[in-house]
Design a protein around this ligand. Structure first.
Ligand code: DGJ
Length: 750
């Protein structure tokens, strides 16, 4: 059961559930201190002794009579700069006299059941008031006449603390907020490794780990979206922490724009974690009466290693971030025409793809880029969201009905935030494209970003999209975003408010999502940004799944999906089987390996069925039938990473286990074959130790404890002759020999 208690004597707040504790206090100077975050510990009235303020040489003190009270030494919850603390602060407020010195002192607090919504922003939500408790602490700077409201929510079921901050100006002067992090926490020591998810287009969310060292280490985005380069998520793990053992802290920002995730190791080796909007280019004017709400940060703790941490994120995001009818629901098997046709299609081609896909058992057809305006390549028409009737005789409206009459659902691609110079929209509103007065406009893929900080722009795009969605038979939308923002400038913001641009842009994106979801609550949204450049917790609130990467190569996907799973649930990871040679790498992998990788995701195909052999078609039919049978286990089972592609020559293994532990799907991927190989053993996880499991490989039986301790032996690699296990029954199990191969087995409790 979650609780938040206030101890008036010690002025401490203790937040906990059955597994974690988070303790903070009102320090002597009235600011908020950090005592502890980690595994649940026994309650007592005070942990003040743990604060351990001390006298030290060469520091500055707050009080004449107290040579211990220095913010330089104190571990804090939401620190400012300039009053004895020299570390990077969580916020900065410029006042009319030019000073940014502040002193926010505890005024009051409020503990209540449930969790408030964050106006205009994505956030974890409570379904029932009694499932979580929230603490709001109001701090006041009397000189500035401003307050900070620090918000903390703790759930019964999830080992996480949700934090955000609200700034309120209730004085008479104008204030300028130039840094407003969503959270800060000063962990007691710095004996951690920082895990981050980085990459580039086509190789998103690769796992990198570095030991914390003195000073600042950070990842960020300044691209106007969360980016393929860095993800708004970091973890801190102990050096000895593994996938399944040891302490791991995860910090995820529920936000899709410019961000900063930073850890600073101080001279006393405290580790200050900051997470929030990137302060670079950020400045928010607070006129008298105004307030500013930061995005939300999710802080997770697990003592069961990185896998334990990921499982907390998975269930929290699946159950209390994803909303609407798609929450917890199996995702449709789709076919997307992008890699199959690119821009080159017409009704006939699309219907031919859809008909074949229907025979495979696919459930949803997605028409990608190229159906609108006069778009035959990437040079025109973004912004003209109406059907190109030269390509599609009855428009998408007619096509959608033809597809649904075949028995498939119909989905459609949009790139709402963009415009091409060659478009009716640009000709009518050239000033809607983001541009800095007097400067040239840089383009990306021939396109420009629309100024989504302006309501009239968002409303106009909404009206166009609404019309298409209303007049067609559409159950899925893929929302793409294919460039970084440059020459950022809000034409309507005025000279004093340009620092608000990036955040207002994001608020515009969220507003459009919200309007569409409200009008079309049953549509399944998939977010996308040149693949996985906006794959973050903010997006999941609106779009329950995200296209993980334009890289559809099965081997590259192992790294991308493995990395994504650090914070994001399998149900959210868009994963497709595409043609070979692969369009991004020219690599050839077998159809079964491609499917065995994509099964662990929001599964689908992205190829031209007309180019498949009869044998391949038959295999795809089998794959779809197999996937449907175990779809819920793949997408919502407890996910275990068993072998990391970043550590073992690329070889990878993972598995998912149903909630009742009756069914497990296990996969082993061999990237490069080894001559005269050793036998591999993989220790499985999450099974019922007492139960007998029957394996789909050859119907052999194992005890759960045997598989989890002694291990499971996948098929031997190729050893110079094509001799292999003759008992193999299922195509997806060990049919391949050589490089880029895989084995996938189902274990059913007897
Ligand atoms: C980038 C996306 O990631 C692709 O899947 C595809 O939709 C293209 N854009 C279309 O332009």
């Amino acid at each position: 059961m979650q609780t938040i208690s206030f101890y008036p004597e010690s002025r401490e707040f203790h937040l906990s559930n059955d597994r974690i504790s988070y303790f903070i206090n009102v320090m002597k100077n009235g600011q908020i201190g950090h005592l502890y975050f980690g595994k649940k510990i026994r309650e007592r009235d005070s942990f003040a002794h743990f604060m351990q303020l001390k006298t030290c040489s060469h520091t500055s003190y707050l009080y004449d009579d107290d040579l211990t009270m220095s913010l330089d030494i104190a571990r804090q919850e939401y620190p400012g700069y300039g009053t004895t603390d020299y570390r990077y602060p969580a916020f900065r407020i410029e006042q009319e006299n030019g000073s940014s010195i502040s002193n926010f002192i505890y005024q009051s607090h409020h503990i209540f059941s449930g969790k408030k919504k964050l106006e205009g922003l994505p956030a974890v939500y409570a379904e029932k008031d009694d499932e979580c408790t929230t603490l709001e602490i109001t701090l006041e700077d009397s000189l500035m006449q401003a307050s900070l409201i620090l918000s903390y929510t703790v759930f019964d079921r999830y080992d996480a603390v949700m934090r955000s901050v609200r700034f309120v100006n209730h004085g008479n002067q104008q204030l300028k907020l130039t840094n407003a992090q969503s959270m800060a926490v000063d962990l007691f020591d710095s004996d951690f490794e920082m895990l981050q998810l980085d990459g580039a287009w086509s190789r998103e969310r690769h796992v990198h780990t570095r030991k914390l060292v003195s000073g600042i280490q950070s990842v960020d985005s300044m691209r106007g979206h969360s980016s393929a380069e860095h993800n708004p998520f970091i973890a801190l793990k102990r050096p000895e922490t593994t996938e399944f053992q040891g302490d791991a802290y995860g910090f995820a920002l529920v936000y899709s724009g410019n961000f900063l995730a930073q850890v600073e190791v101080s001279r006393f080796e405290h580790a200050r974690v900051l997470l929030g909007i990137n302060p670079l280019e950020f400045a928010w004017t607070l006129n008298p009466g105004d307030s500013f709400q930061t995005p939300e940060a999710v802080l997770v703790f697990s003592d069961s290693g990185l896998n334990g941490m990921s499982q907390i994120f998975h269930s929290l995001f699946n159950e209390r971030l994803v909303r609407g009818p798609w929450r917890g629901k199996d995702r449709p098997v789709l076919i997307n025409n992008w890699e199959g046709t690119y821009f080159n299609f017409n009704d006939e081609k699309i219907l031919s793809i859809a008909e074949k896909a229907k025979e495979f058992g696919v459930e949803l057809f997605v028409l990608d880029d190229g159906w609108f305006g006069r778009r035959d390549d990437a040079s025109s028409s973004l912004g003209d969201w109406y059907s190109d009737k030269n390509k599609l005789v009855d428009g998408v409206e007619g096509l959608s009905r033809k597809i649904t009459s075949i028995g498939l659902k119909f989905g459609l691609w949009f790139e709402p935030e963009m415009v091409n110079r060659d478009s009716e929209l640009f000709r009518a509103h050239p000033d809607w494209a983001i541009a800095t007065p007097g400067r040239s406009m840089s383009h990306g893929r021939n396109q420009y970003c629309l100024d989504f900080s302006r309501d009239e722009v968002v409303d106009c795009i909404y009206e166009m999209m609404e019309k298409v969605l209303r007049n067609s038979d559409i159950s899925y939308v893929k929302w793409d975003m294919n460039r970084d923002i440059t020459e950022a400038y809000g034409a309507k913001l005025g000279s004093g408010r340009q620092g608000e641009f990036f955040h207002r842009y994001m608020l515009g994106v969220y507003r459009l999502y919200e309007k569409l979801i409200t009008a079309f609550p049953d549509i399944l949204f998939e977010s996308c940004a040149s693949g996985g450049a906006r794959f973050d917790a903010g997006m999941l609130y609106y779009a329950p799944q995200a296209w993980a990467s334009d890289d559809t190569d099965a081997v590259e996907r192992l790294k991308i999906q493995y990395g994504s799973s650090m914070a994001y649930p399998v149900s959210s990871i868009g994963a497709h089987v595409s043609a070979v040679p692969n369009h991004q790498l020219n690599r050839i992998t077998s159809l079964s390996t491609r499917a065995n990788t994509a099964f662990f995701g929001a599964f689908g195909y992205e190829l031209d069925p007309d180019k498949l052999s009869e044998e391949e078609k038959a295999e795809i039919k089998e794959q779809v039938a197999f996937f449907k049978k175990y779809r819920h286990v793949f997408q919502y089972g407890t996910f275990y990473r068993l072998i990391s592609p970043f550590e073992h020559n690329g070889n990878t293994s993972w598995m998912a286990v149903s909630e009742d532990r009756k069914t497990a799907v296990f996969a082993y991927y061999k990237v490069l074959a080894t001559p005269n190989p050793k036998a591999n053993k993989v220790r499985l996880k999450g099974l019922d130790p007492e139960a007998v499991y029957v394996c789909s490989r050859a119907g052999e039986e194992y005890y759960g404890d045997e598989l989890m301790n002694m291990g499971f032996l996948p098929d031997l690699e190729y050893t110079g002759s094509r001799v292999r296990n003759p008992a193999v029954k299922f195509k997806n199990s060990g049919t391949d020999i050589g490089d880029f191969t895989s084995q996938l087995y189902v274990l059913e409790r007897k």
